[in-house]
Design a protein around this ligand. Structure first.
Ligand code: XMP
Length: 181
C-alpha cells in the first residue's frame, strides 16, 4: 500500500490544527461532534490537544457501504442524544470527498439551533466536490484516490493503520488470492 501521510505527518498536522482551533475559540466552551466511525481516531487525537472547555458528542453516519468505494445514500442515526442548542459546535469528519455528508449533517445539526456551527476534516480529497459548502478547517489535501487507515476503512478493515494509505485494487481483501468473495 502506498503511504500518503505518515504517522508523524498526521501528528504534526493535527497539532497545528488544534492550535488554530484553540486560538480561534479563545477559551469559549465548544462541543465537538464526531462522525462515526471514520473520525474516531482523528477525534481522539484532536480533542486531547484542544486547550478549551470541551464537550464531545458522537453521531453514526455512513455513505460507503461495505466493499463499495463510491458513495451510496447517507444514513444518519438518531441525533436526539445531542444537546447543541446555544453551543459553539465543531463537526468533525474524517474526509471531505463529494461534500454530500458534510452538507447533510450540517443541515441536521442546524435544526438543533447551535450558536455557531463549524466543521473540520482530516482530509480534503481534491477534485470531487459536488456541493458549495466547504469545511472551515482541514489538515491535509489529498489527490483523488481511495484511502484507508487512521480511521478510514475498506469494508471495515484497515481503520487501525497509524498512517493514511492509498488502496490499490489488488489490496482489497476480496481481490486477494485465496480470499472468498
Ligand atoms: P462525501 O462524498 O459525502 O464523503 O464527502 C464523506 C464520507 O465518505 C467516506 N469516504 C471515504 N472513506 N476512503 C474511505 O475509507 C475514502 O477515500 C473515502 N472517501 C469518502 C467517509 O466515510 C466520509 O465520511
Amino acid at each position: 500500500m502506498k503511504v500518503i501521510l505518515s504517522e508523524s505527518e498526521i501528528s504534526a498536522g493535527i497539532a497545528q490544527l488544534a492550535r488554530r482551533i484553540s486560538d480561534d475559540y479563545r477559551g469559549r466552551p465548544l462541543t465537538v461532534v464526531g462522525v462515526l466511525t471514520g473520525s474516531l481516531i482523528f477525534l481522539s487525537d484532536l480533542i486531547r490537544r484542544l486547550d478549551l472547555p470541551l464537550k464531545v458528542g458522537l453521531i453514526q453516519a455512513s455513505s460507503y457501504r461495505g466493499r463499495a468505494t463510491s458513495p451510496g445514500k447517507l444514513a444518519v442515526a438518531d441525533l436526539s442524544g445531542l444537546d447543541l442548542a446555544g453551543r459553539d459546535v465543531l463537526l468533525l469528519d474524517d474526509i471531505y470527498d463529494t461534500g454530500q455528508t458534510l452538507k447533510e449533517i450540517t443541515a441536521l445539526l442546524h435544526s438543533q439551533k447551535p450558536a455557531c456551527l463549524r466543521s473540520a476534516v482530516l482530509l480534503w480529497k481534491e477534485g470531487r466536490q459536488r456541493v458549495e459548502l466547504t469545511p472551515d478547517y482541514h489538515c491535509f489535501r489529498i489527490p483523488d484516490v481511495f484511502v484507508v487507515g487512521y480511521g478510514l476503512d475498506y469494508n471495515d478493515e484497515y481503520r487501525h493503520l497509524p498512517h493514511v494509505a492509498a488502496l490499490e485494487d489488488n489490496e482489497r481483501p476480496d481481490c486477494r488470492a485465496g480470499f472468498a468473495v
